[in-house]
Design a protein around this ligand. Structure first.
Ligand SMILES: CC(C)(COP(=O)(O)OP(=O)(O)OC[C@H]1O[C@@H](n2cnc3c(N)ncnc32)[C@H](O)[C@@H]1OP(=O)(O)O)[C@@H](O)C(=O)NCCC(=O)NCCS
Length: 188
């Protein structure tokens, strides 16, 4: 029997679990896209500290939230965060900042549920439209297309000493996305 993971808001106690997923997922997702030296140098301890600080901060901006997925054994198998859009694309008040799952947790519908839970959270904060930036060469961009995102923009970004291309996908109405968690058969 397949047990669905539990998705819930993150607390400071999840910092180590999130850091573990962050480092593992970046190392399996980004070889060939990000410089090897950057991926090798990723530090679990530094990310744990950073996440503990982020999750302990008081009064985050409205709609800013991090969620975690707990596997059947209770460990963190994925995380996602969203909030106000940071990049000035007009017409999209919200942004999906991050969405990462361990390799073994992918392909089971958890990414879809995370995106839906974030859409619900943004709608509850009064934000009707949102977007995401993803590296152009990351095959995960097709996940966002599958979930109904429209290609909005493409731009270069400087990262870890190199220049990368990223693309933006947007949802002008988050309501259908928010409904997915309730009815996983509703597609993009
Ligand atoms: C991208 C990611 C979050 C998707 O989560 P997931 O749990 O694996 O995806 P789901 O099982 O919820 O898939 C939902 C739908 O998207 C499709 N999909 C998922 N990944 C896809 C991909 N890379 N290309 C095309 N379609 C994809 C699935 O087939 C499914 O479609 P279906 O309803 O027709 O079956 C996850 O694979 C991941 O963490 N990837 C590595 C990290 C990453 O790149 N994150 C994004 C950074 S911006």
């Amino acid at each position: 029997m397949h047990l669905a993971s539990l998705i819930r808001p993150a607390s400071p106690a999840d910092a180590a679990g999130i850091a573990h997923v962050h480092v593992e997922s970046w190392r399996s997702t980004y070889p060939g896209m990000l410089p090897d030296r950057y991926l090798v140098g990723l530090s679990m301890a530094a990310h744990e500290k950073r996440w503990r600080g982020l999750l302990s901060g008081s009064a985050p901006p409205r709609g800013r939230r991090t969620f975690v997925a707990q596997g059947a054994g209770g460990g963190i198998i994925g995380f996602a965060s969203c909030g106000p859009q940071r990049t000035g694309l007009p017409g999209f008040g919200g942004e999906f900042y991050a969405l990462y799952l361990l390799d073994q947790a992918q392909g089971q519908g958890t990414g879809r549920r995370f995106l839906s839970v974030m859409a619900q959270n943004l709608l509850a904060a009064g934000t009707r439209a949102a977007m995401v930036w993803v590296l152009r060469d990351n095959p995960s961009r097709y996940f966002y297309e599958r979930l109904g995102g429209d290609l909005l923009a493409e731009q270069p970004i400087g990262f870890a000493g190199t220049t990368l291309m990223e693309v933006a996908y947007g949802w002008t109405d988050l309501v259908p996305l928010a409904r997915l968690a309730a009815d996983p058969r509703v597609g993009g």
